[in-house]
Design a protein around this ligand. Structure first.
Ligand SMILES: [Zn+2]
Length: 88
């Protein structure tokens, strides 16, 4: 009986620690990070700003509004495709 109670307390503590570690979005600082330091909403918004030519991926990275991509991802290729199309 005492054992079971200890187990539950430990599980609760682990869950709380996990939630605390989860970083929040570097832009809105409210929602949890989904991709590149941004929550899903801010990330989509950033991609939209890039797609309409309001900003560039490099500009966002320099202003630390988005984290640099580590390695090659489908999203990086997509962003590069947008930039290549714009510079034509
Ligand atoms: Zn956000």
């Amino acid at each position: 009986m005492a054992h079971a109670m200890n187990g539950n307390a430990k599980a609760r503590k682990n869950r709380a620690a996990k939630n605390k570690r989860q970083p929040s979005c570097i832009c809105c600082k409210a929602r949890s990070v989904r991709c590149r330091g941004l929550c899903e909403h801010c990330y989509k918004s950033a991609l939209y700003q890039i797609s309409i030519g309001k900003t560039t991926n490099d500009e966002l990275e320099q202003n630390q509004l988005i984290l640099p991509v580590k390695g090659s991802t489908a999203m990086r290729k997509a962003v590069e495709a947008i930039e290549a199309k714009r510079s034509l």
